[in-house]
Design a protein around this ligand. Sequence first.
Ligand code: GDP
Ligand code: FE
Ligand code: FE
Ligand code: FE
Length: 187
Amino acid sequence: MDQNEALALLKPHLKQERYDHTVRVMETALELANRYGVDEKKAELAAIFHDYAKYRPLEEMKKWITSTYLPKDLLHYHHELWHGPVGALLVEKEIGITDVEILDSIHYHTTGRTHMTQLDKVIFLADYIEPGRKFPGIDEVREAAQVSLDYGCWMATKNTIGFLMSKNQPIYPDTFYAYNALTKAKN
Ligand code: GDP
Ligand code: FE
Ligand code: FE
Ligand code: FE
């Protein structure tokens, strides 16, 4: 599937601003993949479809989590976390992508996970630092992304955990697992 075909399949599922975000994630993911020697074709496709399920109704996402292999503990956390795992499932079912590395990087793009693959890291980090993002602390993460994938992702997980804690929000275990694994890996 080439880039234009993939973007055309994606477009009807997103609002314009989310589509624009996706194009920036794709461009950022291609840069990171090129810089760090990760498969650019996989990075491109994973980035294009990473937010595929972002606008599915909550009831539909809940149904997919309840009725499939997806982890049930997601239901006890913020629904913002559901679109990654559900997206991976629907990209396989509806778009026909079967590459497990691509599907996993979509699944884990919001939280990360322990022992992230290089492709997971490219998508996770591209989603965080694409030029339209304005999180507090973003400049430090952008600089870390120039040092290494591990350092960039570590800084992003650290930032996310700090942000969520400052808002008294619960933190999904995979986010801690990602942070812990990256704490060791970045050195
Ligand atoms: P987007 O889909 O492009 O907007 O970006 P993401 O898929 O990374 O989703 C971002 C949202 O998920 C942000 O509001 C984060 O703060 C939130 N988020 C990320 N990790 C966690 C977590 O472990 N727990 C909770 N509650 N929210 C999280
Ligand atoms: Fe997302
Ligand atoms: Fe993210
Ligand atoms: Fe995104």
